[in-house]
Structures are given as structure tokens and as C-alpha cells.
Design a protein around this ligand. Structure first.
Ligand SMILES: O=C(O)CCC(=O)C(=O)O
Ligand SMILES: [Fe+2]
Length: 327
């Protein structure tokens, strides 16, 4: 179907606090050997929830790395094995901090996990260099209702995935998903740019579902599925990673280091050598802060040599230029 977004200048924004979760996410482990059936489930329900599928040692390694960072910031006690909050706040806006670099790549590129990713995609998988690491203490940040695909135009064959690294029960702010609401285009309200909040009354109120999550689980979210986190009302820290996977054979996102540019062009050095892409009004430019779009007219003055960017491309056209969050 044609993907549309809403434009409703007078609409009320969706009332987050009024959302009631009435459903339970279903696991799809039994469909892992039947990719067609797995994708039917994904397209119908808008998610794929897999219980205890990541290699345990790789999860333990990621968990230990996150705990080390939490310890360093005093968020958990030294030597803590459970994410009990000390009361020390964790600074906001750290989701893409350099401190975390490599944790996601190590978990995704673990051979056993790559095999799982290939079963999810139906072909060999690769990591997308866009990752958020979340260390969310009680009453910390809450992620509002959004559809990932709306914010990443051009990523046609990627799959967002969310991985809990501690037990995340319902009091701790795990994800809720609007089941089956992925088939009606984007709900984001273009009339209220740049935030484009989803209006009240468009998502089926009875569609919300969640689960108690455990390390080793993977939740794949359809790019058009509305989802959000819940507030963390517990005494523990919510620790999770969200990243994306894509086709290894036909990637649409690559990591590049800026080597040159003009107002309508960007040159980058990539893993596989130098590449150039066209930049125009259809390029979604988010090179300083991933949440802020920069007009194409400002591109040439804003971009800098050696910037690391995630580039979503279609042929030689840059669909999205985004500050890279992982290398
Ligand atoms: O963990 C969160 O708070 C949000 C995660 C998310 O939006 C995602 O994985 O796409
Ligand atoms: Fe998301």
C-alpha cells in the first residue's frame, strides 16, 4: 500500500498516559524454520517476538559491558549482578555515547546470532550502524509512541530490533507495541513538524500489547508499527539495546567518513573504498543530532571533514545522512 502520513493541524496529540495495555505479545520461536510463515506473522502483527534466542555468552558479555559502564557512573553498586538502582542519576542523552561503542556489533556479529539474524531476514544479515544503548533508571526517560520507519526514510529492507539485557518486567518500562497497526501507513502528524506527534484517535486503543522480557530475547518491530516504552516505576535500572539489521548482500545503509562535499554531493570513505552520493531536497539530513533535520540549503555549511555518518542510500542518491552512532 502507499505509505502516507497524517497532516492534522488541529488534532490533539495521543494521550500517552491514557494508553491501556490489554494484550500479551506472542512468541514466534516456532516459526524460525519457516521464513515465509515468520514474515506472514511479522506483516500481520507488526512484530516478531523471540524468546531466549541469542547466544547466552554473547548476551552475558554485552550485559557485563553495560554493567561496567553503569558502575563507573555509580548507577549500580560495584560488583552488582542485578540492576538495582543506587539512586545516582544517569545523565540524559547518552544513548549514542562513545562509551558503548562496539557492544552492539559484538552481539550482532557473534556467529550464532548472525545465523539467527539470517533466519529473521531470510538472507545473510549485517548490522546497521545505528544503535541506541539505554540505561534508564527509575523515573528516567520514556520513549514516546513512534514508528521507526517514519524517521528513517529509505531504509527499505532493514529490521529494527530491541534486546533486553536485564530482566524487564512490566514495572520497568519495557516496550509496548500496537499489534497489527502496521498496515495503515504512518500516523505521525506532519502538521506538527519537527516532532510530528501521533494524534489521538488513530491507533486502535485495544491493540496495545507487551511482555515480561529477559536477556536473550529479541523483539523485531515492523518499521510501521507504533511502539513506545513504559515509565520505569521499579527500583531497578532498565538496560536494553536497540539496533537494526539489514541484508548483507544488498545493504542500504553504510558507514562513511566524510572526505569532501558540495551543496549537492557528499564524498565518503567506506569499508569498501570511496563513494559519492547525491544530496538534494529529498535527503533527510540529520548529521549533527539524530533528532534534528537540517535543511538541504544548510548542508554545505554544516557538514565537516571526518564526520562519521550512517548513509541510507538508493543507488547514488543519499536518502538519509545521519550522525553515526556506532562504528
Ligand atoms: O527502548 C526504548 O525506550 C525504545 C526502543 C525503540 O523505540 C526501538 O527499539 O525501536
Ligand atoms: Fe523505535
Amino acid at each position: 500500500m502507499a505509505v502516507v502520513s497524517l497532516s492534522q493541524p488541529d488534532a490533539d496529540d495521543l494521550d500517552f498516559d491514557a494508553i491501556r495495555i490489554t494484550g500479551e505479545l506472542e512468541t514466534a520461536n516456532h516459526l524460525l524454520d519457516d521464513h515465509e510463515a515468520l514474515m506472514r506473522f511479522h506483516d500481520e502483527k507488526g512484530y516478531v517476538f523471540l524468546r531466549n534466542v541469542l547466544d547466552p555468552a554473547s548476551v552475558e558479555e554485552a550485559r557485563a559491558a553495560m554493567f561496567e559502564i553503569m558502575e563507573r557512573h555509580g548507577v549500580v553498586a560495584p560488583g552488582a549482578s542485578e540492576p538495582v538502582w543506587t539512586g545516582t542519576p544517569f545523565p540524559g542523552g547518552m544513548e549514542e555515547s562513545e562509551e558503548f561503542a562496539g557492544i552492539s556489533r559484538r552481539i550482532i556479529e557473534h556467529p550464532g546470532n548472525l545465523e539467527l539474524m539470517a533466519r529473521i531476514l531470510g538472507e545473510p544479515a549485517a548490522m546497521v550502524p545505528i544503535v541506541q544503548y539505554r540505561i534508564y533508571p527509575p523515573n528516567g526517560p520514556v520513549t514516546g509512541v513512534h514508528q521507526d520507519g517514519f524517521f528513517s526514510p529509505g531504509i527499505v529492507n532493514f529490521k529494527p530490533m530491541w534486546m533486553p539485557l536485564v530482566d524487564i518486567d512490566r514495572s520497568m518500562g519495557g516496550l509496548m507495541v500496537a499489534v497489527g497497526q502496521n498496515k495503515r501507513g504512518y500516523f505521525h502528524n506532519l502538521a506538527k513538524a519537527p516532532r510530528c506527534p501521533i494524534p489521538e484517535g488513530v491507533i486502535e486503543p485495544g491493540s496495545w500489547a507487551t511482555a515480561d522480557y529477559h536477556p536473550g530475547d529479541v523483539l523485531v518491530i515492523h518499521g510501521a508499527t507504533p511502539h513506545a516504552s513504559r515509565p520505569n516505576l521499579s527500583d531497578r535500572v532498565r538496560v536494553s539495546i536497540d539496533t537494526r539489521i539489514q541484508s548483507a548482500g544488498n545493504p542500504r545503509v553504510l558507514l562513511g567518513t566524510v572526505t569532501g562535499w558540495a551543496s549537492d554531493r557528499i564524498d565518503v570513505e567506506t569499508h569498501d573504498g570511496p563513494r559519492s552520493f547525491r544530496v538534494d531536497d529529498d535527503t533527510f539530513i540529520r548529521i549533527l543530532h539524530p533528532g534534528t533535520r537540517i535543511p538541504t540549503g544548510d548542508f554545505a555549511e554544516t557538514v565537516q571533514k571526518d564526520m562519521k555518518l550512517a548513509i541510507v542510500f538508493d543507488g547514488d542518491h543519499a536518502e538519509t545522512l545521519r550522525k553515526a552512532s556506532e562504528n
